[in-house]
Design a protein around this ligand. Sequence first.
Ligand code: PBG
Length: 327
Amino acid sequence: MEFIHRSRRLRANQMIRDMVRETRISKNGLIYPMFVMEGTGIKEEILSMPGQYRYSIDKWMEALEEVTKSGVRQVMLFGIPDHKDACGSGAWQEDGIIQKALQKAKQQFPNLYYITDVCMCEYTSHGHCGILDGSYVDNDKTLEVLAKTAVSHVQAGADMVAPSDMMDGRVLAIRQALDKNHYVTTPIMSYAVKYSSSFYGPFRDAADSAPAFGDRKTYQMDFHNRKEALKEALTDVEEGADIIMVKPGLPYLDILREVTDHVNVPTAVYSVSGEYSMIKAAAMAGYVDEAALVCESAVSMFRAGASILLTYYAKELAVYIEEGRIG
Ligand code: PBG
């Protein structure tokens, strides 16, 4: 048999494999999600996410020291308030948990980049992502509180805001509110393509944000849909989103690729709590090689088009990249 194409030529040794690699990843594209709560001296492991913690602000400072050491430069911040109410006022109060945490962190670690999750579900007594009208989440009423929350985060020091509520029109509402307050240079990363997913289960333990009744299907997306993802992404770009996020990650690589190909802004992907917990549990049981799985999963999300990866494994990944396991 005569043939001339031999793909194995470019796989002959590590050096040539490194040279022809198509996907290169950098720790600059990693974002580490973290949870802060009221109180002092608290570093509480999240039961369904071994290795991840809820921190009081003082302990969070120690955790940020570790983040800095790992080489990760961006964090995504979630707040767990002491008091919740029907309209989620803890989200935008000047002495809210996020606001206090940011002020402290910006002083102590000014070289980190702080992104805040803008949503109501951690702050409302009913656990829904907006203001209720009966049992329905009222879209337009929610826009006002989201915009107010985003502005208060930026006032407290947030470098970027990331609305995750899935209300229609929220990117525009937030953009206009930021601009009106002269925060014209603060970018918005929109959780534009956010599916209603069971992969968020462990997060809701972590943030104590499970809805008290019903589910999030009237605002988060149906996972059977693909075209709708493009609609959400394109609408948010039009409304002024600077970065478009797809979430969850691994089960939605098809969507990530398609969205990346259709928008003219960078795409981010959120490898969510359930993805973390699955790998962690399998690793703790001794069934899989944790580092290898984490590396392969991360590369697959960058290969599918993401420029940015939000992951609870960010610190480990930064080390793996430094060690040359992946790159
Ligand atoms: C808040 C929010 C959620 C996540 C990020 N922001 C939970 C939800 O929508 O129920 C999930 C993150 C994760 O699972 O890691 N709305």
